[in-house]
Write a protein that binds this ligand. Structure first.
Ligand code: NAD
Length: 338
């Protein structure tokens, strides 16, 4: 008897989104796990048809299916609509942003053997969208930090550490300056750390953390950060392992999970078959893990490693000349053969 498919909300997104999403669907289909993709339009591309970048039907679909795979969506700078990502994370309470950063074979980088995980709080901080003009020439942007969200993300980081063989959690902060907000975040991290004596715990100020990361990323294991520091440090860490084309991500909540790469819509590459789909393909592997399809997730990761090590079908960012579709096809064939 054939097994019922997983119904997954599929958001192609803007820019390179549709290309990397199609590549990822090709690879996930090659695992043999049955999927039913419920395609939903969100992002700048949705505004013309629906009058909003995040039509209510997208949220309804994710609430119903509980799992989504998403391409990047555009957010205009300093003006225009609010970020679809921030809105999705808030509306669906996807409070934990998980971003594994791992050196892979055949990828040129000044760094070797990097293996760390960024755990970023996803719902508050300066991303609360609370900005206003106090008087002309003076604006205020509110940084919201709560005990509830800080405790929850710390709990997530420590709960993640043990089963994934992680030995240390580093809380990254600026509590020397933001004594109340980052101070509260640290208090919560310390309390949760005490409940997990088997996992080492340390605290590093964010500017120092950036310098130490650049000098010696191997010294870190799990990084635990508020929303803004997590956003910045994630891109910095992507640079250790070959850039944004290599950095996967997951947004996890109690009742839904959304999988997407760290990178944005890369308008410079859009529509040219040049984007590296590996970041989203590895996000797809995280989705398979979330669905407890660990064997299939392992096959996808193994296939990515094999194609990178072989070096015949690499995209331009990896020093090759292959297109998005070619590298995806090479990975999919490996997955099928495994
Ligand atoms: P970006 O990630 O789109 O691009 C930064 C650089 O990385 C560019 O040089 C780009 O060519 C390169 N790059 C990104 N993804 C790549 C890939 N898969 N393969 C090869 N190279 C890749 O960041 P940006 O230019 O700051 O943002 C562009 C748009 O994306 C903005 O509208 C921004 O708001 C949006 N954005 C969306 C998300 C998301 O939806 N999750 C995340 C970040 C940025």
């Amino acid at each position: 008897m054939s097994r019922p498919p997983y119904t997954v909300t599929l958001i192609p997104g803007d820019g390179i989104g549709p290309e990397v999403v199609a590549a990822t669907v090709r690879v996930l289909t090659a695992t043999g796990i049955p999927f039913e993709w419920e395609t939903q339009i969100a992002g700048a591309g949705a505004i013309g048809e629906f009058g909003t970048p995040l039509p209510p039907r997208v949220l309804e679909s994710i609430r119903r299916n509980k799992v989504a795979l998403k391409g990047p969506t555009e957010t205009p700078v300093a003006t225009g609509h609010r970020s679809v990502n921030v809105e999705l994370r808030k509306q669906l309470d996807l409070y934990a942003n998980l971003r594994p950063v791992e050196s892979l074979p055949g990828v040129k980088s000044r760094y070797e053997r990097v293996d760390l995980v960024v755990v970023r709080e996803n719902t508050e901080d300066l991303y609360s969208g609370l900005e206003h003009v106090v008087v002309p020439g003076v604006v205020e942007s509110l940084k919201i930090i709560t005990e509830k969200a800080s405790t929850r993300i710390a709990q997530f980081a420590f709960d993640y550490a043990r089963p994934h063989g992680r030995k240390k959690v580093t809380a990254v902060h600026k509590a020397n300056i933001m004594k109340l907000s980052d101070g509260l975040f640290l208090d919560c991290c310390r309390r949760v750390a005490k409940e997990h004596p088997d996992v080492a715990y340390e605290e590093v100020i964010v500017d120092n953390a950036c310098m130490q990361l650049v000098l010696d990323p191997q010294r870190f294991d799990v990084l635990l950060l508020e929303n803004l520091y997590g956003d910045i440090v994630s891109d910095l860490c992507a640079g250790f392992v070959g850039g944004l084309g290599m950095a996967p991500g997951a947004n996890i909540g109690v009742s839904a999970a959304l999988f997407e790469a760290v990178h944005g819509s890369a308008p410079d590459l859009a529509g040219k078959n040049l984007a590296n789909p590996i970041a989203l393909i590895l996000s797809g592997a995280l989705m398979l893990d979330h669905l407890r399809e660990h064997d299939a997730a392992g096959r996808v990761r193994q296939a990515v490693r094999a194609v990178l090590a072989e070096g015949h079908a690499l995209t331009r960012d990896l020093g090759g000349a292959a297109g998005t579709t070619e590298i995806a096809e090479a990975i999919a064939r490996r997955v099928q053969a495994a």
